[in-house]
Design a protein around this ligand. Sequence first.
Ligand SMILES: NC(=O)c1ccc[n+]([C@@H]2O[C@H](COP(=O)([O-])OP(=O)(O)OC[C@H]3O[C@@H](n4cnc5c(N)ncnc54)[C@H](OP(=O)(O)O)[C@@H]3O)[C@@H](O)[C@H]2O)c1
Length: 266
Amino acid sequence: MQGQHVLVTGAAGGIGLVIARLFLEQGANVSLHYNRTVDTLTPLLNEYPDRCNALSVNATNEQAVEQGIEQSCTRFGLINVCIINHAAFVGEDIPIWDMSLEQWQRTMDVNLTSYFLYAREWCRQLKRLTSTIDINNLNASLILIGSTAGKFGEANHLDYATSKGALQSGFIKSLKNEIVNIIPHARCNIVAPGWTRTPMAETSISQGKHFKALRTMPLRKIATTEDVAQACLFFASNKTAGHLTGNVLMVHGGMEGRVLWQENLQ
Ligand SMILES: NC(=O)c1ccc[n+]([C@@H]2O[C@H](COP(=O)([O-])OP(=O)(O)OC[C@H]3O[C@@H](n4cnc5c(N)ncnc54)[C@H](OP(=O)(O)O)[C@@H]3O)[C@@H](O)[C@H]2O)c1
């Protein structure tokens, strides 16, 4: 990753922060895009003042995303690896009959439309910045963060599961066939975690909501943020994943859609 420019959205969140640190440790220049929270980024900014740059970007705002990508390119040049990681999840269980249109639309805005905005802008900067360079050996990798909810569904979180499912099917399968028209070896893949210990999941984990999912997993544990970050590192480089595109890598301890074991977890 030495000399590569990596952009991470939701960089101040549980998984984003660990992804950002891993890529900095690997020698990359990292653009840290965050929404409102910035405090958690301070240690990275202090440790790597020359190789990371934090920008506040509301991912649902078209103009903000355009400007954010442009400013990041101005600082570190072409974005080789773009990791779209931010998301919103309503922790409370809400069945469809109680779900407001506002919640549905907000989830689609944050988890789906903003992914379109970032992916589009990443493609546009590739088109813009590669007009004068040799593109044949260029490492260009787009990584989206999905979820087991997008594969198995998640009752009472229909909005979230639908947004992730859309990314993991039509979105990634179409995009992989388009980006090669800009860069011949450009790739896009999804890292889809199951339960991972982060602020987003903490309340649900403390209430034991993950127990049901654990019973469908032979590995009988939830993921660490490091597990997810390492999967992103794998997809980022054309040395490790040069022939992989359009894939959804499930980071879920072997989860199945059926119960595998029953012992009491309490
Ligand atoms: N944790 C899990 O168990 C789990 C499981 C499966 C998949 N995932 C996926 O993993 C990814 C990271 O989740 P996480 O667990 O690290 O969650 P997190 O700690 O809540 O981080 C999510 C980040 O997204 C940012 N964000 C929310 N709305 C935004 C917007 N409009 N514009 C820009 N950024 C925005 C948040 O920033 P603010 O707080 O400042 O708004 C936050 O930093 C997500 O895609 C999530 O769906 C997580």
